[in-house]
Design a binder for this molecule. Structure first.
Ligand code: TXA
Ligand code: MG
Length: 343
């Protein structure tokens, strides 16, 4: 199959809408990462997503809408939590996905057999325009091959999906850079299953109490069921071994330089670059978590373009604010191993 690269003009968006309505797959830009979209109402199209990504069938998809009222089609109306309305007022459209009890309009292929559905109203104008042009809700996971870093540019999507899907719409570089915050409202206390651009602190301001699922920061204990099926799979892994160092800024530089070799790299901050004796991949200014989130996946993909790099050292990020989203992705990339130099 030849994959069309469409621009985000009216014509490009119209074409994307037609392909989606006809049952095809389109890579679409959102403010978080690129999505691999299909008509959420068409089970056959939804199944193609799993095939194109190599995604396990038990990992449910997010339904993307472009009108708040559509929540009433896909969530069980009698059980739409007040918290969902409050959060939507504050954070939609935007990088927040809410999990609720599902209605019969959501097929099993989307919900992977669960009785809940994940719903998101993206803020990216091109994403909204494509949903409107398709005139159907869109089921969309991140548009990477399963296990690879999520795509934040149309080229990333092309690299993973060329020849496997009908089209990609180029809407530029994704603003947030990591996937949406996922919160479940289907239990007693709202619980964050995946941290993202909307922070736990911001959610707590609206809801009062918010839990953070254990699997966000820690490795799932053997045999324990993941609240979010996606959390149990290996994620965000570049080919090089990512190693996380818990240490001061000076110790970070000293440690890497004492391990300097041609196959060693640093996933670092701009301020470190002049002092490091290895290849550097910078996530931006020190302490700037927004920049770290924005650049993380692109830098992990750049690492993959350097097959000679076998080990990449990064600092263990802070879990404050958007830092938690960076921590969550990096700790998975590192297989949950941290080298504690403070000990
Ligand atoms: O920012 C995003 O959320 C992007 C863009 C394209 O919108 N999408 C995305 O989708 O990241 P995906 O499939 O890569 O990640 C969705 C996560 C998975 O970990 C999945 O297991 C979880 O959400 N999820 C989806 N539906 C769920 C449900 N009903 N219950 C629990 N977890 C669910
Ligand atoms: Mg994903």
């Amino acid at each position: 199959m030849k994959t069309l690269l469409l621009d985000s003009s009216e014509a490009g968006i119209k074409k994307a809408g037609e392909i989606l309505r006809d049952g095809g797959l389109v890579g679409i830009p959102t403010e978080t990462v690129y999505g691999l979209a299909a008509n959420a109402l068409n089970a056959k199209s939804v199944l193609k997503i799993f095939a194109a990504k190599g995604r396990p069938a038990d990992n449910p998809l997010i339904v993307h809408i472009a009108d708040f009222d559509d929540i009433k089609r896909f969530a069980l109306v009698s059980e739409i939590p007040k918290a969902a309305v409050k959060l939507a007022e504050k954070f939609w459209p935007g990088p927040l996905t809410m999990i609720m009890k599902k209605s019969d309009a959501v097929c099993n292929e989307v919900s992977a057999g669960l009785d809940t559905v994940a719903i998101r109203f993206p803020s990216h104008p091109v994403a909204q325009a494509i949903i409107r042009a398709a005139d159907v809700p869109l089921a969309a996971p991140s548009a990477n091959l399963s296990g690879s870093p999520s795509p934040t540019t149309a080229m990333h999507v092309m690299n993973d999906m060329n020849g496997k899907i009908e089209a990609v719409v180029d809407g530029g570089v994704c603003d947030v850079g990591v996937e949406s915050t996922v919160i479940t409202l289907a239990g007693d206390t709202p619980r964050v299953l995946r941290p993202g651009g909307v922070t736990v602190e911001q959610l707590a301001e609206v809801l009062g109490k918010v839990d953070v699922d254990d699997a966000v920061l820690h490795k799932l204990a053997d045999g324990k069921r993941a609240a979010s099926p996606g959390m149990k799979y290996k994620h965000y892994a570049p080919k090089a071994n990512v190693k996380l160092l818990k240490c001061s800024d000076d110790a970070y530089i000293e440690y890497i330089n004492s391990h300097a070799a041609s196959d060693v790299a640093a996933l670092c901050c701009d301020e470190d670059i002049p002092f490091l004796k290895v290849k550097t991949f910078s996530l931006g200014k020190r302490g700037d978590y927004l920049s770290q989130a924005h650049r993380l996946f692109d830098e992990l993909r750049k690492l993959d373009e350097n097959p000679d790099v076998k080990v990449a050292y990064s600092r263990l990020p802070s879990v404050d604010g958007v830092g938690m989203a960076v921590y969550n992705r990096l700790i998975r990339a590192a297989g949950f191993e941290v080298i504690d130099l403070e000990k």
